[in-house]
Design a protein around this ligand. Structure first.
Ligand SMILES: Nc1ncnc2c1ncn2[C@@H]1O[C@H](COP(=O)(O)OP(=O)(O)OP(=O)(O)O)[C@@H](O)[C@H]1O
Ligand SMILES: [Mg+2]
Length: 266
């Protein structure tokens, strides 16, 4: 729609967790470092929490790119609102076992065998659960039990729980699980400087040679978004659309203010 007007190759503020558009902010870098450390050390459980739209799923995708598929077998669960048994079946499925049995005992036996087979082949196993704030308490209990799969010096399975801040309370409510979370991190939102750098980074990635957002425009974007990338994206994308329609040379404070006042970005 507005690509030609601004001289862009791509849409700079699309809300998709595209690793090619990944901006390595300080909090994202720290989160990534901790999660990679948990993988490499074969830790049992790591927890990444963060506000809605802060970039947890995006971080996930970047993490997946960084982990060697030759050294790790990875099960990624993006929708954990399943009954415990179905949840366990889903883990098997994601580890390549498509004919999961019906009985829970059998599922657990096959899972254990898969974990030890992986180890025999010098492979670690990683279970990543996104949107983990939706996991039922009974399933969280089962996850805790999975952490009993360990050898004398390492865990057979590394579990990442990723989700919104209420996940932390849910985990804390199960003491035996909370104590097994060895690595944890709260992915904070961007400060003003990071918001500015994020906008510049995205513009450049999308093919802009020169920034088109005024300083005052970025200030109000920051104020309205609280540094949450998804909201920054929504505001900036709409601003580029409106700006092109009004034949603006720059995105000014007024363009952003009008969008906010119209209630067009929540
Ligand atoms: N570090 C980053 N670099 C580039 N884009 C980012 C970054 N963090 C977040 N984003 C952008 O913000 C959008 C929202 O991020 P994401 O979906 O990862 O948030 P989330 O924390 O998983 O949100 P939710 O709690 O709703 O699941 C992404 O689609 C992505 O475009
Ligand atoms: Mg997400």
């Amino acid at each position: 729609m507005y690509l030609e007007y601004w001289g862009l190759k791509k849409y700079p503020f699309d809300n998709v967790p595209d690793p090619d558009f990944f901006f390595m902010s300080k909090p994202h870098e720290e989160g990534l470092t901790r999660l990679l450390y948990a993988v490499e050390r074969g830790k049992g459980c790591a927890l990444l929490s963060g506000e809605v739209g802060a970039g947890k799923t995006t971080l996930d995708k970047v993490l997946l790119r960084k982990i060697s598929k030759e050294r790790y077998d990875i099960a990624m669960i993006a929708n954990p609102c399943l009954e415990t048994k179905e949840f366990l079946q889903d883990i098997l499925y994601k580890l390549g076992i498509t004919d999961a049995p019906e009985s829970k005992v059998e599922i657990l036996r096959i899972l254990y065998k898969k974990l030890t087979d992986n180890l025999d082949q010098n492979k670690g196993t990683l279970l990543i659960i996104d949107e983990a704030q939706f996991i039922a308490e009974s399933t969280l209990e089962e996850i805790r039990l999975l952490l009993n799969y360990q050898l004398s010096n390492r865990f057979l399975l590394t579990i990442f729980l990723m989700g919104q801040p209420e996940l932390v309370d849910k985990v804390k409510a199960i003491k035996q699980l909370a104590q097994r979370v060895e690595i944890s991190y709260f992915l904070r939102s961007f400060n003003f400087k990071e918001t500015t750098d994020y906008i510049f980074f995205r513009e450049k990635k999308a093919g802009l040679s020169k920034n088109v957002f005024s300083k005052q425009a970025i200030e109000i974007v920051f104020e309205h978004s609280n540094g949450i990338p998804r909201i920054i994206n929504n505001l900036c994308d709409l601003a580029l659309l409106v700006g092109s329609g009004e034949k603006k040379a720059m995105i000014t404070y007024e363009v952003i203010k009008d969008i906010i006042d119209d209630g067009a970005v929540f």
